[in-house]
Design a protein around this ligand. Structure first.
Ligand SMILES: *Cc1c(COP(=O)(O)O)cnc(C)c1O
Length: 417
């Protein structure tokens, strides 16, 4: 880690770290209310300023004036490929290996189904019990649809042992949504390949937060969402990655017209397009893709290496302050203490986690809560400042000291997203 956090930390030090931050410029590129401490970019990323102007232009001119001509004149039709090519740079993938399309859940369906169909002699989708629910649900659904296929869910530490000749595909999430723990992508991918299985990585909590090297790790398949650290906006389209080596072999199970080799020939029979375009199904969400593009451009301008470096420093600072200032209130750091083994979030376990998070939100410190007892704090590297970390811990100390979180209104559990 190139940002070294000294032993003695105070707010001045945090200000100095901000002043020397090579990504300091990036915060100004976001619409952010300085009275908020926004630590939930792992759930919904902030709004880039550039998105406001881009969407206004798209709606007023490209749609309003250009109308149907904009599918070609404004390159709407190409946008899933163009923005996919940019996401590919963030992931160390080839330009023709990534497509922006659908949601992560639908992309999981497409890729897991395709992998099972391509490996008919193997029955099993292997995943971990702790995986994100949508990944588990989609796998369950797909294996129920296809004859004699099954899911195998094992605890994280048993994954290697669970690899055998029955496994068609290993589907895992790179950064755990609860704890922020990072899997060793290269080691698990290699092990799966040695067992003859394909590998799919869900990068929803990785892209935009930490560096990823899909080609370096020889990954087969990947998906990820656009609205967390990528800042693509609520319900932003997701992306999928299919390695060049597999593109001829795997086939999109949702054969729609826009994945056809010649969509505007309106032929009766499906013929897949060459390359990554065959993973398109229907019409792309042009407005949402434009919003994602602005955000991905910003992530590329910042660079994944610097973003990862800052994420490690911010999370390190937070953990150090938790150790120094919150010890008497029985918080447990649920995230790995090795900065390279965690993403851009830190989760704290506390028996009163839910009301504590509610009380913090009322003070303008936005984190979130995950069952059973996790207070999650995301430190999106493009717009979180070191002073935000300091101030957030100050607020936690005050909430614990004044006991406000014990007030009845916080105890009733409502839906926290
Ligand atoms: C957020 C998240 C998703 C989101 O799925 P959508 O279908 O795009 O809503 C999927 N997988 C993981 C691991 C996530 O964290």
């Amino acid at each position: 880690m190139s940002v070294v956090i000294p032993d003695v930390i105070d707010r001045d030090l945090c200000e100095q770290l901000d002043a020397g931050d090579p990504l300091g410029w990036a915060r100004e590129r976001f619409v952010l209310d300085n009275s908020l401490i926004y630590l939930d970019g792992n759930s919904l990323g902030a709004l880039p300023r550039g998105t406001v102007a881009r969407i206004a232009h798209l709606v007023e001119h490209e749609w309003g004036q250009g109308l149907v001509r904009s599918w070609t004149d404004a390159e709407w039709m190409r946008s899933p490929l163009r923005v996919g090519g940019k996401v590919a740079q963030l992931l160390h993938a080839g330009e023709d290996e990534v497509l922006v399309t659908d949601t992560t859940s639908v992309d999981l369906f497409k890729l897991i189904t395709a992998a099972l169909v391509a490996r008919p002699r193997r029955r099993v989708v292997l995943s971990e019990e702790e995986n994100f629910p949508t990944d588990l649900y989609v796998s369950q659904g797909v294996t129920a649809l296809l004859d004699a296929r099954a899911m195998r869910r094992v605890p994280r530490e048993s994954l290697m042992r669970a690899l055998d000749k029955d496994v068609a595909i290993v589907a895992l999430t790179h950064v755990d949504y609860r704890t922020g723990a990072v899997h060793d992508m290269r080691a698990l991918t290699d092990a799966a390949h040695r067992a003859g299985a394909l590998v799919l990585w869900d990068l929803s909590h990785s892209a935009g937060a930490i560096p990823i090297d899909l080609n370096g790790a020889r990954v087969d398949l990947a998906v990820g969402c656009g609205y967390k650290y990528l800042n693509g906006g609520p319900g932003a389209p997701a992306y999928l990655f299919v390695s060049t080596a597999l593109q001829k072999e795997l086939r999109n199970p949702i054969q729609g017209w826009l994945g056809h080799a010649e969509p505007f020939n309106f032929e009766i029979d499906y013929r897949p397009a060459a390359g990554i375009r065959s993973w398109m199904s229907g019409s792309p969400p042009v407005v949402a893709i434009a919003a994602l593009e602005v955000a991905v451009d910003l992530a590329l301008e910042a660079g994944a290496e610097l973003a990862g470096e800052k994420a490690r420093a911010l999370t390190e600072l937070f953990i150090r302050l938790v150790d120094a200032r919150l010890a008497r209130w029985n918080f447990d750091v649920a995230s790995p203490r090795d900065a390279y083994a965690r993403g851009a979030q830190v989760s704290l376990r506390h028996a009163d986690g839910y009301p504590i998070v509610r009380a913090l939100i009322d003070r303008g410190v936005i984190g979130d809560f995950r069952l059973p007892d996790l207070c999650r704090f995301g430190f999106a590297p493009l717009y979180t400042r070191y002073v935000d970390v300091w101030d957030a811990v100050d607020h936690i100390v005050e909430v614990m000291q004044d006991g406000a979180y014990r007030r009845g209104e916080y105890l009733h559990r409502a839906y926290i997203t």
